[in-house]
Design a protein. Sequence first.
Length: 320
Amino acid sequence: TQMGVQTHSGIHYRRAAAMLQFGVIGKIKEAHSWDIVRYYYTGAFSDPPTERRPDRADAVPDYLDWDLWLGVAPERPYIEDYYHTRWWRRWHDFGGGAQGDMGGHMLDVVFDALELTAPKWITSFRSPPFEETFSPNNKLQYRFPGTKYTTGDIDYFWYDTGPVDTDDWPINTKKLPGDGSMLVGEKGYMYLPHGKPAVVLPQEDTREAVKRFEREVELGIDAKYYEQFGKLKPMQLGHMTDLAHYHEFVDACLGKGKTSTPFAYAGNLTESVLMNTIVNRFPGEKLVWDAKTLQFNNKPEANQYLRRDYREGWRVEGLG
């Protein structure tokens, strides 16, 4: 299997993960990710978000099998521009909000580089979602068990509203793009724009560590050789290249190697991201997660949202 986090196989994420594990910014103390997915709140949602769907029904397009599109979700009439095509992510019955869309992509490099597993607990800091739709301004805090790449248990923060407004980072956060991550280490910071090259900060404090990484890991050559050819761009000499995410899957099916995001990796990542759909219902509360029993230990009423009642004709024994 191969999880659809396409940038996982790209050179920028692979290089960032390798730099973090090399210790370019030291062990990691905390990490932040943000994303602004504006298309949830345009078109049919250009008005302020509403709690309920309109009381109307539109004609189903000839090309669409509406029953098949609904799948396990409760039956409802087709409404143009409210579910199909892209608007489905906003609804509890179909999607996981902005984090359900982009959380797997943004948390991927953090998970991979730091070798994280399931969180200990998670907290929501914003208003609860509407009855049928997600709120557009989520802020979450996860606490993950520490690994050899962290200073101890590590906090991960997620923001639906773009980068956090802070003066603590050595960069003007107001000028950062709408999606990205910031990892805070003992010796510096790594800013990772989604799908683009990582930026290690402050550059004057981390320059030597980056050079060591390029020399010892990326280039795979000794110091003397590096000094001789140091004017060449690292990527001209390095052995890291872009990997084809989809081809990895096909090659694995043909018995040629393994995928980089199999179930063993993707399960924990997906589980962590989808917790937002439950925790947001209990703002301000710390929900303690038991990865072995797949239950919230301290909030029994939250466990009802771990499963759903599939509609008639779509039920699978043991799943719903």
